[in-house]
Design a protein around this ligand. Structure first.
Ligand SMILES: [Zn+2]
Length: 417
């Protein structure tokens, strides 16, 4: 049953079409109207049905001129707080250099770690702000940002503090994730277990005490950390009340997704080498699969994630930019949607669900974000296009007319009265 309408409707969108993403489908309502009060969506339906009950109590009516309204994108996996530049490595790779050669010349993830350790909070804040500005212009209204380029207590806390400042400055919702177990720092090159001890015994309690992050992530891979090492991190993280997520099965099958599922992870991410057994564990524990076609593309990978298995087992598939300086310097969600379709054989509907409601699931935010339904946050993007599928098909085009986040308008090219 519908809840009673509030006496006052702040904004009524009319003359629009909706792809609400409710019920695990595009769920299209043509010739629709949508009412917002405060931060919240209060009514969604056919315009003719909403006319009488809603129009008389409206403060503001916005004629959308037959545009489409979709929920704001939820970008559930990014590493966008970094310092330094890796564009020289891109050029080296194009000239035929291997990862080993780049690494020997001081490149790779450790060049980012070094630059991030040396950067001031202000420098980190400014460079991350530019990236968030770009994402906002892409219709992203919720965002996850990981630490993981410090790999020592001081720098990890610095990154997380900057993420908190970004959350305060920008209207979009930001979730912070602690990714201390991202890579082995050079000073622990001969002592990986010693670094895991530092993460579990020192970093995690401090991150918790500061309230800087809601989730803990790790990189389970033969070039990063073993399943047993990450298990120690997750045990401590669970004890401290963090959500869990994992970079799993990106370059090989480490059986990490099954382990993370046992911890009831919110998501396992990448998953190109996921086994059927791993997928079954994810299904059993209701873990979301986060697919990252930007990294697949930039690394010129050939093994695709098992999308058919996710379909068969009804595992929700999210898609995300994975915005990072090494393997996915992609600042465009519409480009990611196109890649999800072209590289991973997802349908437009699956890709759009992946960037909205399933992205929200991957962050544990599905009660308030990711679909257009009464009671949810009014995070909306108005698109000037013929169909929702255009967002996947017209690669890289972002015909945004308006962005609303929690009822506030942050970008407006529509005539309003
Ligand atoms: Zn990542």
């Amino acid at each position: 049953m519908e809840t009673p309408l509030p006496d006052k409707i702040d904004t009524l969108f009319i003359n629009c079409h909706l792809a609400t993403m409710a019920g695990n489908a595009l769920s299209i309502i043509e010739n629709a109207a949508l009412a917002v009060t405060g931060k919240t969506i209060v009514r969604v339906g056919k315009e003719k049905d909403l006319q009488k009950s809603v129009k008389t109590r409206c403060q503001k009516i916005i004629d959308c001129n037959k545009c489409w309204i979709l929920p704001g994108f939820v970008d559930c996996h990014t590493h966008l707080a970094w310092a330094g530049s890796r564009s020289n490595e891109f050029e080296m790779r194009l000239n035929g250099a291997t990862y080993e050669e780049i690494s020997k010349k001081g490149g790779g993830i450790f060049s980012t770690v070094k630059a991030t350790r040396n950067a001031s909070k202000d420098e980190l804040f400014i460079s991350a702000s530019k990236r968030i500005d770009a994402l906002l212009k892409q219709g992203i209204t919720s965002l996850e940002i990981k630490s993981g380029y410090g790999l020592d207590l001081e720098t990890e806390l610095k990154i997380l503090e900057v993420i908190r400042q970004l959350d305060e400055k920008f209207p979009l919702h930001i979730e912070a994730t602690f990714l201390g177990a991202h890579a082995l720092p050079p000073e622990f090159a001969d002592n990986p277990d010693g670094y895991i001890d530092l993460v579990t015994q020192t970093m995690l309690p401090e991150v918790k005490a500061q309230g800087f992050a809601t989730a803990v992530d790790a990189f389970c891979e033969n070039i990063a950390f073993s399943r047993d090492q990450i298990k120690k991190v997750f045990k401590k993280a669970k004890d401290l009340g963090f959500n869990i997520k994992l970079h799993a099965e990106q370059l090989s099958d480490s059986n990490g997704a099954a382990m993370a599922s046992e911890f009831n992870a919110l998501s396992c991410d990448h998953l190109e080498y996921l086994s059927l057994e791993g997928a079954k564990k994810m299904a059993q524990h209701k873990v979301t699969a986060v697919l990252l076609p930007g990294a697949f593309y930039f690394l010129k990978e050939t093994r695709k994630p098992p999308v058919d298995t996710f379909r068969d087992l009804k595992i929700p598939m999210a898609v995300s930019t994975d915005l990072n300086p090494g393997s996915s310097p992609v600042h465009s969600m519409t480009l990611i949607l196109n890649m999800a379709c072209m590289l991973f054989d997802m349908t437009c509907e699956e890709a759009l669900l992946g960037a909205t409601i399933n992205g929200a699931k991957a962050l544990g935010l599905e009660q308030s974000k990711g679909s257009i339904e009464a009671g949810k946050d009014a995070d909306l993007v108005i698109w000037d296009m013929d169909t929702p599928e255009d967002l996947c098909y017209l690669a890289g085009l972002t015909p945004i007319k308006m962005v609303m986040i929690k009822g506030g308008i942050h970008h407006n090219n529509l005539q309003t009265n």
